[in-house]
Design a binder for this molecule. Structure first.
Ligand code: HPA
Length: 272
């Protein structure tokens, strides 16, 4: 493959490094309704996606589109405020571009968050679930196409996509603060439709706990590049309850759970 495949990534990295001089060690991706987490960051630089060479640009209401460089718990972090989704019309390859840029900036650990519908009868709206595995059969794999060997192998292992040590640390943080953290399987779908009743039932039967429209492509490319991956879902709706779901309801539920998510990320970054 050689240098040519890396050119767009290197150009984005060069631009960001020139602007910030920053060497963040953790990357954080904020899901729907979780944008106020940026208030936790001691912000040093904010860079709009549209200013970064080769970056896709976000289109969905409720999603901002900027990279935030700053400090969290005394560590240099890079926050993606607004992520890219397959349902917006990007190719999967485009939507994982920022994760590859993170790796080239020197980031070793990525923390992903999302809003998700639950198909686990024990989960309630507002609960957090640590993702310990995923099912990705319904969405295209972001590694389809020529392998970029500089990033990782042609056939990457996915046996332990979500770092067990980080899950254990997160559980300890939940215990300290007295909030329950479920652990379970995230099923990735394309959206933008929410699921039919039959689809929610199927996702439950196939072994899923929650379902959502993001996160997995990012987790796959991050593991391809041997980054440590941690991911958490906020349960925003209950798929097995025969109720209509709306985007507003998802955003509101995520917003309410955001303080727990913020505590979790802040304390986790402190012990990376
Ligand atoms: N299904 C898919 N994606 C979602 C859901 C859901 O029920 N809730 C939030 N994102």
């Amino acid at each position: 493959m050689g240098k040519k495949a890396l050119k767009p990534f290197n150009e984005a990295v060069e631009y960001l490094f020139k602007k910030t001089g920053a060497r963040p060690e953790a990357g954080i991706v904020l899901g729907s309704g979780l944008g106020s987490f940026v208030n936790e960051i001691e912000i040093e630089f904010e860079i709009a996606y549209e200013d970064i060479p080769h970056f896709p640009v976000s289109t969905v209401a409720g999603h901002q589109g900027k990279l935030i460089f700053g400090k969290l718990s005394g560590k240099q972090v890079l926050v993606m405020a607004g992520r890219f989704h397959y349902y917006e019309g990007y190719s999967v390859e485009e939507l994982v571009f920022p994760v590859r840029v993170m790796k080239l900036l020197g980031i070793h650990t990525i923390l992903l968050s999302n809003a998700a519908g639950s198909v686990n009868p024990h989960y309630k709206v507002g609960d957090l679930m640590l993702i310990n595995d995923h099912i990705s059969f319904f969405t295209p794999n972001p590694l389809i196409g020529k392998n970029i060997a500089e990033f990782g192998p042609r056939f990457p292992d996915m046996n332990e996509t979500y770092d067990r040590d980080l899950i254990a640390k997160a559980k300890a943080i939940g215990l300290t603060h007295g909030f329950d953290l479920h652990e379970g399987v995230y099923v990735a779908v394309t959206g933008p439709t929410f699921e039919t009743k039959a689809e929610y039932r199927f996702i439950h039967i196939m072994g899923g706990d929650v379902v959502g429209m993001s996160t997995v492509p990012e987790a796959i490319v991050a593991r391809h590049m041997d980054m440590r991956v941690f991911a958490v879902s906020v349960v925003t709706d209950l798929g097995m309850h025969d109720q209509a779901v709306s985007h507003e309801e998802v955003l509101q539920a995520a917003k309410k759970a955001e303080p727990k998510m913020a505590t979790l990320f802040k304390e986790l970054v402190a012990v990376l």
